[in-house]
Design a protein around this ligand. Structure first.
Ligand code: SAM
Length: 310
């Protein structure tokens, strides 16, 4: 008698009520976020869907391998590009062959670094480019991984802030990159001012504004430190996504706010409440502090939703 032993592996899983399982599974496939090498698991009234990467609400689970699927080396997807953490040319060819939506496989040579928060890449397979297009909740963003920062992992954060944005609001995105927060929030806000120091990021942002036919984003190539001197306006909402050094700009952000405004302040932290006292000293009240994603053991990206006092 032959016993078939199922191989189980640990992976991030998304728990959904069984009745929502198929809709969520399809949505995850469209986002290229479902780990197709693993089998969906039933757990009581819920289904556990295996994910390629962490996202809000994900938990660590054990899944059985899907024998019909080729097991691919680890990679992260950004539009038509797969980013590999290892310089594995054979693995890159395997990924390219098994994912028809991809045009390029790159190896991330180093960490995100420098003022522009960019990384160096080496193309391992496919078209020699670091440019691609990302589709996110109906928007299309041109990105160039080597020229300007972009993270697909923040898509649910952009939607969360969109839900809070009011119709008459004037919003400032202090570190806008190629414009994903700004263009997303522009669907509701009256005006979004989108600032970045990196000229290539602003060039891509202009392409993205045109491509998405957005009429109420004002791109600004500037150092965010100088904004209070440039603009006479005060804002209802400010997005601060510069996790490593955002604290240096908090004072400036408070200066740019109307009384009662909201600041969404992203930071790399190693303990809960790390920035509470600094925010309180500036006259802010922390409405919520949430984990956005893990970064390294003992460190995570957090977002503080801060209400600015009168
Ligand atoms: N918000 C964008 C996103 O989510 O894709 C980009 C965030 S990225 C972590 C930070 C951005 O801040 C980079 O595009 C970088 O060029 C920009 N930056 C860094 N220092 C800046 C400064 N002093 N003033 C304006 N922008 C700055």
């Amino acid at each position: 008698m032959i016993h078939v032993v199922a191989i189980t592996v640990g992976q991030w899983g998304l728990r959904v009520p069984a009745r929502e399982g198929e809709t969520t599974r399809r949505a995850l496939i469209d986002e290229e976020a479902l780990d197709l090498s693993l089998k969906v698991r039933r757990d009581g009234d819920a289904l556990l869907l295996p994910l390629l990467d962490w996202r809000e609400g994900a938990e660590q689970c054990l899944f059985e391998q899907n024998p019909e699927r080729v097991v691919l080396p680890r990679h992260e997807l950004v539009g038509g590009i797969a980013i590999m953490p290892e310089r594995d040319r054979a693995g890159a060819q395997k990924i390219l062959a098994s994912r028809p939506s991809l045009h390029t496989i790159v190896y991330a040579k180093g960490e995100v670094s420098g003022e522009y928060r960019t990384r160096e890449f080496e193309v391992l397979a496919g078209t020699p480019t670091t440019r691609t297009e990302v589709i996110e909740y109906g928007h299309r963003f041109h990105v160039d991984l080597a020229a300007a920062y972009f993270s697909a992992r923040l898509s649910s954060e952009r939607q969360r802030i969109l839900q809070q944005t009011g119709r008459n609001e004037t919003v400032l995105d202090m570190f806008a990159g190629v414009g994903p927060f700004a263009i997303t929030l522009a669907a509701r806000a009256a005006l979004v001012v989108a600032c970045d120091l990196n000229p290539q990021a602003v060039e891509l942002m202009l392409e993205n504004i045109a491509q998405n036919r957005t009429k109420n984003v004002l791109p600004v190539l500037a150092d965010a430190r100088r904004l209070a001197g440039i603009f006479p306006w005060r804002f209802d909402r400010i997005v601060m996504n510069l996790p490593l050094s955002g604290t240096e700009f908090l004072k400036e952000a408070f200066r740019l706010c109307k009384a009662g405004a909201m600041i969404h302040f992203y930071s790399l932290v190693s303990e809960e409440g790390e920035h509470l006292s600094c925010i309180q000293k500036l006259g802010g009240e922390v409405i919520a502090e949430r984990v956005v994603r893990s970064y390294s053991p003992g460190q995570w990206h957090a977002v503080y939703d801060v209400r600015v006092g009168n």
